[in-house]
Design a protein around this ligand. Structure first.
Ligand SMILES: [Zn+2]
Length: 397
């Protein structure tokens, strides 16, 4: 990977002749490997010592409900120590996939002397980027704060999605689902029992996936997120959901590290992955110790530089009071400002899913010398052009 990887610069092996660009690698395979987190781990990832063993993690999660935040914070910092030294994926946002695709398109355009290339713009109504707010409800106390957080989101004109745990610490009733939807919000499934073992054993996963699929139909939910962002995308074929939201862009602060290195949705077979592209509230407040929104703002700026998807996880369980709540309101204010000033689309995951699926079916066609878009949902779509701007690409919508 030519950018942030810190490994051999494959760009040196690219040959550029009159009309052909020969790449020393299979581009779609490389992109797929990044999306699926199939790359060698950083040395530090393997050297986290005793705290990284699954047995210790399991023991930790078993007692976690009884540990106060100060104790958990201490243990988590020990578990995550030296995370700043991880070089790949790149902190705080990794855009290796975007850099790679842009570079290859640039090389093709240069080789064929093409001035500009039309494509379907990333988002509907010419939006410059997309922001998505989701809330994972972990406890009964968190559930009780759902109406309040809906109220707060509403005050900033933002509709959010709530990920509920079917076999967790609270009961998911039809009334609960209805009360969330009645406010224009979305309901998604979070894990099954949230015990941290969802991906431990393939046979058990198959059985659990069957239950998740049945409950998703029962709830009318089209999206899934695993507890603590644990994942194994090789098994996603067994999930009968439209989209998943369990893969971080860069997972340095997550229990399972790695990251998909992109700020755009992508398909894993039939499942659309809407990656988690910003740090979770818990990490920002309790690991980074940052109650300003500077870290989030930095991530948002990097994501929107690429016109990507900025997705957030904020827990009613621990961000509905004090400094955390103040910071969360500032974040909402910042998103509302970006919506009005920079035409950022604030959307529910189900809407992002619908749009991205439609967009994947659209094509730019040329009729009477004019470029237009064919395919479902094209009314909201716009033709954009990529053109060479020095050694980079720039886009015009
Ligand atoms: Zn959770």
């Amino acid at each position: 990977m030519p950018t942030s990887a810190g490994c051999d610069d494959a760009a040196e092996g690219v040959s550029r002749s009159a009309a052909v660009v020969g790449l020393p690698f299979d581009l779609s395979e490389i992109v797929d490997n990044l999306h699926r987190e199939r790359y060698p781990g950083d040395g530090h990832a393997q050297k986290r010592g005793i705290l990284s063993s699954r047995a210790v993690q399991r023991a930790y999660y078993a007692v976690r409900p009884w540990l106060g935040v100060p104790v958990r914070k201490h243990l988590q910092r020990a578990f995550l120590r030296n995370w700043e030294r991880l070089r790949f994926p790149q902190w705080p946002v990794d855009t290796t996939v975007e850099e790679l695709l842009e570079r290859v398109l640039w090389l093709c355009m240069a080789a064929r002397k093409i001035e500009r290339v039309p494509f379907v713009w990333f988002w509907p109504e010419r939006a410059s980027g997309c922001a998505m707010v989701t809330h994972d409800v972990e406890t009964k106390a968190g559930l009780e704060l759902v109406p309040e957080i809906i109220e707060i989101d509403n005050a900033f004109g933002i509709k959010s999605s709530f990920q509920l745990i079917p076999n967790g610490a609270y009961t998911v009733s039809p009334q609960l689902l209805e009360s969330i939807r009645a406010r224009g919000c979305e309901v998604g499934i979070q894990d099954l029992s949230h015990d941290g073992n969802l991906f431990d054993d393939h046979d058990r996963f198959r059985r659990r996936a069957a239950t998740i699929n049945r409950l998703a139909r029962e709830y009318g939910a089209s999206g899934f997120r695993a507890g603590r962002l644990y994942r194994n995308t090789d098994w996603y074929g067994e999930l009968d959901v439209a989209y998943d939201m369990s893969v971080p862009n860069v997972g340095h602060l997550e229990a399972q590290r790695g990251g998909c290195c992109t700020v755009f949705p992508y398909f894993v077979g039939e499942v659309l992955e809407l990656p988690v592209t910003t740090s979770q509230d818990y990490s920002v407040f309790h690991i980074l110790g940052d109650y300003s929104i500077d870290h989030w703002k930095r991530q948002i700026a990097l994501i929107f530089e690429k016109h990507g998807l900025a997705s957030f996880i904020v827990h009613p369980d621990y961000s509905m009071k004090g400094r955390a709540l103040e910071a969360y309101k500032q974040l909402l204010g910042h998103l509302a400002e970006l919506r009005s000033q920079r035409m950022v689309w604030t959307a529910l995951p189900q809407d992002v899913n619908r749009w991205w699926r439609e967009r994947s079916q659209m094509r730019v066609t040329r009729r009477n010398g004019v470029d237009e878009i064919a395919g479902p949902g094209r009314d909201a779509a716009s033709v954009a052009y990529a053109s060479m701007n020095g050694d980079r690409l720039s886009y015009v919508v």
